[in-house]
Each structure stands twice: as structure tokens, then as C-alpha cells.
Design a protein around this ligand. Structure first.
Ligand code: ZN
Length: 151
């Protein structure tokens, strides 16, 4: 389907039929390289010591530009989650509904969004302890939220 919005033709057709993957570029390449090795590492500011995500050349807390990649636990608490019943946009997501996406506040501070497995989604609630697990998707490692059973 297309529409004409006063001159510009806008396509509303779904264009992607394979799973959309993150774009790996020089700025976030290190994150994906560590994930491929099975490590979750985030940038930690050398000035103030805060971990940050998303990847950034500058610390959002103190604006310093020096950071190192430090291992993080991948554990934290679920801030919120949303269940998607009707997908818009590309075709692949519409084949995946219903699915859930959660926001986790890592023990180290940063917050990350990740998909929640279908079997775990009904049992997760804000405040629950969760952890991020790697998932190989076409050679790119993505993170999935799962319940965390701590001792
Ligand atoms: Zn800083």
C-alpha cells in the first residue's frame, strides 16, 4: 500500500522478511565482539566510574571521554515490560506476535531493553530479578531477558 501525502509517496508495505538485526558500526563494535566471546561488557567511565549504555564516546554523567570495557553481571531488576499484540513496521515482527520486551536495570546501573522469551513472559513482573542471556541470531549475539533465581 502506498499513499500520497501532498507530494511525497510513502510506502506502507512491509519491506523486511528476515529478522532485523542491530547495525554494528565502529562505535558499538566492541560490545558485539565481547558478546560473541560470551562476555557482556559495558563502558565504564575512567573519570567518575559509572557504567553506561548505550555505547557512547562521552560519559553522560561527567562528559569525560575516556572509558574502559568492564565485565558486568547481566543481572538486575525488571523495570517494566510490554506485550506486543500487534506489530507494525516490517513483516518479520508481525510474524512474531505476541512477544514481550522488557527494560532491565542492571545491578551496575545502566538500563537495557531486551526480548523476553515467550515461556517466561507471563511470569515476569516489575521488580522481579532477571538476567540477560546471550542468544545467537544469525551470527549476531543478542540479549534475552530471563528470570534470575539467585541463591
Ligand atoms: Zn563519567
Amino acid at each position: 500500500m502506498t499513499s500520497n501525502d501532498g507530494g511525497a509517496t510513502v510506502s506502507r508495505e512491509a519491506k523486511v522478511s528476515t529478522r532485523p538485526l542491530p547495525v554494528v558500526h565502529p562505535e558499538n563494535q566492541t560490545l558485539y565482539e565481547y558478546l560473541r566471546k560470551g562476555e557482556l561488557r559495558l563502558q565504564q567511565c575512567r573519570q567518575c566510574g559509572k557504567c553506561r549504555y548505550p555505547v557512547s564516546p562521552i560519559c553522560p554523567a561527567c562528559l569525560a571521554d575516556e572509558a574502559e570495557w568492564v565485565p558486568v553481571s547481566g543481572r538486575g531488576r525488571l523495570v517494566t515490560a510490554v506485550r506486543v499484540e500487534r506489530a507494525t513496521g516490517d513483516q518479520w515482527w508481525s510474524t512474531q506476535v505476541p512477544f514481550s520486551v522488557g527494560l532491565v536495570a542492571l545491578d551496575e546501573g545502566p538500563q537495557l531493553k531486551a526480548a523476553v522469551s515467550r515461556s517466561d513472559a507471563p511470569f515476569l513482573h516489575p521488580g522481579d530479578q532477571v538476567r540477560l542471556e546471550p542468544e545467537d541470531v544469525g551470527g549476531v549475539i543478542l540479549l534475552r531477558l530471563v528470570p534470575d533465581q539467585r541463591d
